[in-house]
Design a binder for this molecule. Structure first.
Ligand code: ZZB
Length: 263
């Protein structure tokens, strides 16, 4: 699986993350830190509204160069160090403590190309430790999973231990026009499939499949440099622009190395 990984620079850390680093006597110094999110839809980055982490997953601070650090799962750091994303090829070095997703929630990060310049890190129960980087950038306009979780977080911020101000103002942004489901494909398909919460897994799998196909084959970008262009042709251009600008990098997931179904 070939992902595009978006570099979301940390703007302000959540207090719990600051506390964990202090407790470990770790000082980031002048290093720049990025939460790195693996995506298959780089052309939807205009619609990022937040970044998701699994609250119970473990995230490390991995050295990419003398000056840069990535926040991701160890599994992805191990893969990325063979793909040009470490100080020494084939070696992944963790700096400071391991953080839980929960400690990262509330961190404010830059969202490249997005309508919202900076967005918050929020919890998503269904983030898999075994896919991508364990960090997911959220595009609720075009991803049913992202929309279902966003809508749930808006409804119950206190239950999830987050502030309403981190989620409610960041409404889905129309970025792709589709002939069948309009300009907000994911919310429309979620409503049609009667998705009431992120726990409606069966409907969400169907909704995701519909949105992938509709967005890719029939979608047209509404915003950005390639507004008016078909997603099918714009996708690679947006991806190449992000990479050329240093805002993203390609990441190949070595599926052949997954040893067991549960890994
Ligand atoms: C932004 C985006 C915008 C995404 C969209 C999808 C859609 P797949 O097809 O199952 O491989 N993702 C990435 N890593 C994880 C993870 N560890 N756990 C859970 N979800 C993850 O799924 C790839 C997509 O799943 C990625 O692309 C990412 O969300 C998410 F409009 O990035 B995507 C219809 C989908 N639309």
């Amino acid at each position: 699986q070939e992902y595009t990984v978006i570099r979301m620079a940390v703007d302000t850390w959540a207090p719990a993350a600051v506390e964990a680093m202090k407790e470990a006597n770790f000082d980031l110094g002048s290093r720049s830190v990025y939460l790195v999110a693996a995506t298959l839809r780089p052309e939807t980055m205009y619609g990022q509204t937040n970044c998701y982490v699994g609250p119970d997953l473990a995230y490390g601070l991995y050295e990419v160069s003398e000056t840069e650090v990535y926040v991701c799962t160890e599994r992805s750091a191990r893969n990325m160090c063979f793909q040009g994303q470490s100080r020494t090829k084939g070696v992944h070095v963790a700096l400071g403590p391991t953080l839980t997703g929960r400690q990262l929630v509330g961190t404010r990060v830059k969202a490249p190309l997005s309508h919202y310049d900076t967005v918050y890190v929020l919890p998503m129960e269904t983030v898999l430790a075994t896919k991508g980087t364990g960090v997911v950038t959220s595009v609720p306009s075009d991803s049913p999973d992202d929309f279902a979780t966003w809508a749930d977080l808006v409804k119950k911020p206190a239950y999830y231990g987050i502030e309403e101000a981190w989620v409610a103002p960041f409404e889905p942004v129309p970025i792709v026009r589709t002939p069948t489901y309009g300009d907000l494909c994911a919310p429309t398909v979620c409503a049609a499939k009667k998705v009431a919460s992120p726990k409606d897994r069966v409907q969400l799998v169907e909704a995701k499949d519909i949105c992938y196909k509709e967005g890719f084959y029939n979608g047209t970008l509404l915003v950005g440099k390639y507004a008016g262009e078909a997603v099918q042709t714009a996708k690679a251009k947006v991806r190449d622009d992000l990479i050329a600008a240093g805002l993203a990098f390609p990441y190949a997931e070595p599926e052949g190395l997954v040893m067991s179904r549960s890994d």
